[in-house]
Design a protein around this ligand. Structure first.
Ligand code: UDP
Ligand code: MG
Length: 245
């Protein structure tokens, strides 16, 4: 009995936050399922519908008939990408959690390469090669990345890339706040995780609309940046010199 329980244990959870992605969610889940099915691991796909007002959840309901690995959680209202990710982490049953966007800008074919690195690392982050976004978006990301890195003494090249693999026990240790998905690698490092970056491909968004403009990325991001700096400076850490028992 216990053997069977062990045997059915999920090894890998793919977490996908989705907000008003009715046009891409189905292809996204099917494409990811195709890649994961070839890995030879027990997996699940956890989509967190972040309070979509379109047909995203209805698509998921229909999709469950074909994709048995699919699980979906629907928020009562839109709470933002970090909150959707946090809910995904809570629902995920796998020892390894991979995150990815729902708009098909990430390519699930990169997931096996992220997983290969998990032997040596706790967190493997994608860096979007030849990023397929507008000039303005790429330029504002470049500025934001460099300001962020300088102020947090970091070297993360692409915090906006959510295609990442993490050990579940590491992600569950951090308390997430909205906006913090951009600082996830930094927060994980703070908790002692070994973090590495590898190049991944990137595709243009062909369906649905982008959820971020310059304003909500740059200005909110700045506020979050100071919060992370504060966390880094006030992090409770100590070295034990001696002990008497
Ligand atoms: N997203 C979400 N809640 C939000 C905004 C975005 O779950 O409030 C999801 C969105 O559906 C997508 C991912 O987060 O799967 C990234 O959003 P988007 O593609 O608009 O932004 P990008 O990172 O490409 O700039
Ligand atoms: Mg996108």
């Amino acid at each position: 009995m216990s053997f069977m329980a062990n045997d059915s244990r999920i090894e890998l959870s793919l977490v996908i936050p989705a907000y008003n992605e009715e046009q891409s969610i189905e292809s996204c889940v099917r494409e990811a399922d195709g890649v994961l099915a070839r890995l030879g691991k027990r997996y699940e796909i956890v989509v967190v519908d972040d309070g979509s007002t379109d047909g995203t959840f209805e698509r998921l309901r229909a999709l469950k008939k074909d994709v048995s690995a699919l699980r979906a959680v629907r928020f009562a209202r839109n709470r933002g990408q970090t909150t959707a990710m946090a809910a995904g982490f809570e629902h995920a049953r796998g020892e390894i959690v991979v995150t990815m966007d729902a708009d098909m800008q990430n390519d699930p074919a990169d997931i096996p390469r992220l997983l290969e690195k998990m032997d040596e690392w706790d967190v493997v982050c994608g860096v979007r090669e030849g990023r397929r976004d507008t000039f303005v978006r790429k330029a504002s990301s470049a500025i934001a990345n460099s300001v962020r890195n300088r102020l947090t003494h970091e070297s993360i090249r692409d915090v906006g890339c959510t295609l990442r693999a993490c050990r579940a026990r590491h992600v569950r240790r951090i308390k997430l706040f909205e906006g913090m998905h951009r600082f996830l690698p930094t927060l994980l490092k703070l908790e002692g995780a070994r973090v590495v970056e590898i190049p991944v491909s990137h595709r243009p968004r062909t369906k649905g609309v982008n959820k971020y403009g310059i304003g909500n990325r740059l200005f909110k991001g700045l506020r979050d940046l100071f919060a992370v700096r504060w966390m880094q400076s006030r992090y409770v850490k100590y070295e034990v010199k001696e002990e008497i028992e």
